[in-house]
Design a protein around this ligand. Structure first.
Ligand SMILES: Nc1ncnc2c1ncn2[C@@H]1O[C@H](COP(=O)(O)OP(=O)(O)O)[C@@H](O)[C@H]1O
Ligand SMILES: O=P(O)(O)OC[C@H]1O[C@](O)(COP(=O)(O)O)[C@@H](O)[C@@H]1O
Length: 316
């Protein structure tokens, strides 16, 4: 099967979201609601893009009974996928939503161990999928046994085939992936600070860190800042977008929805300010939904008028 966008999730997860009245660390917390959703960054991007009517396919590694359950949920949602099955079990990531302060606490497992043979099998699958793709999304943490330079390798593979890559990772995987020059990257503030090894806090510091990434050969940098919105930079322009007010129900998947809307904007040829408004709205709508449920195209279309991309003039 050939798709315009291929998303890679090497460490997928079943996201189990529990709602408690007010999270008490060290105390007894009784759960009011539970829901289980397919999760993992590339998988969430594929969920959103499928809802946006973009021709997308999710690939990566998957294991065990939880993995089969996750794939069955993707099937029910109609999201096309082609995962390589590996020994072991897919992780469950626990998300605790505290109603009193509307804060989500995430407890993510490490995931399965991967043997070199499975990585080779995956590379063969991906190579085939990339033959007619235009965009490759590389997102999320890496399971044990997968080298931290895998994203770098995959970016090189995509570059050699003229496929644009969007990278959303953290730590070493992000650092090494960037060395291969992806088309775009979407760090959150914490990931950007990890990357630069410095306190990036003010708007000027964020813009300057983004410009450093552009100077290294990237074409688009998006720095997301949770409830404070995001900054979007290409070589010509910089925009900031603030979200509209919501009652957060679970911010899980907000970053992935932003990445998906970026890809959608690129596929449909949106300008940077339009793309920035769409992506911010997508993240914000997802943050207002329970569990790892994601925004729909209709919701984003209805709400996008509530945000404005403000052009920033970087200091000389
Ligand atoms: N509490 C919130 N209120 C409004 N919008 C939010 C909130 N949290 C996230 N968002 C939206 O989702 C986008 C991505 O969220 P962020 O938390 O920065 O990403 P990540 O999940 O990758 O850390 C933000 O730029 C914003 O548009
Ligand atoms: O691979 P990681 O970094 O552990 O992240 C996986 C988790 O991130 C998510 O993809 C959500 O990511 P975002 O909140 O950044 O959009 C969850 O579905 C999943 O449990």
């Amino acid at each position: 099967m050939k798709s315009t966008v291929v998303t890679v999730t090497l460490n997928p997860a079943l996201d189990k979201t529990v709602t408690v009245p007010a999270l008490e660390v060290g105390g007894l917390n009784r759960v009011r609601q539970v829901r289980i959703d397919p999760g993992g960054k590339g998988i969430n991007v594929a969920k959103v893009l499928h809802g946006f009517d973009v021709d997308v396919l999710a690939t990566g590694l998957i294991a065990g009974g939880y993995g089969e359950r996750l794939l069955a949920q993707l099937d029910r949602q109609g999201v096309p996928h082609s995962f390589v099955r590996v020994p072991g079990e897919t992780r469950t990531n626990l998300k605790v939503y505290s109603e009193s302060d509307q804060v989500t606490t995430e407890i993510n497992e490490n995931g399965f161990d991967v043997q070199p043979q499975s990585v080779l099998e995956f590379l063969n699958v991906l190579e085939e999928l990339l033959s007619e793709a235009s965009y490759l999304v590389l997102a999320g943490s890496l399971p044990k046994g997968v080298s931290s330079d895998i994203y770098g390798q995959l970016v090189e593979l995509a570059n050699s085939k003229g496929v644009r890559t969007i990278l959303d990772a953290d730590g070493d995987a992000l650092k090494k992936g960037l060395e291969a020059r992806p088309y775009a990257v979407k760090p959150n503030l914490f990931e950007l600070q990890q990357l630069t090894g410095q306190g990036v806090e003010t708007l000027d510091e964020i813009i300057s860190a983004g410009q450093t990434l552009l100077a290294r050969g990237l074409s688009l940098v998006v720095v997301s800042m949770g409830g404070d919105g995001a900054v979007f930079l290409n070589k010509e322009e910089t925009y900031q977008v603030k979200p509209f007010p919501i009652t957060p129900q679970s911010t899980v998947g907000a970053g992935d929805s932003m990445v998906a809307a970026l890809v959608h904007g690129l596929v449909t040829g949106k300008s940077l300010p339009e793309l920035a408004e769409w992506a911010t709205t997508a993240g914000t709508v997802t943050a207002s939904k329970r569990g790892t449920q994601v925004c729909t195209a209709e919701e984003v279309q209805n709400e996008v008028h509530r945000v404005t991309a403000k052009k920033l003039v970087p200091k000389a």
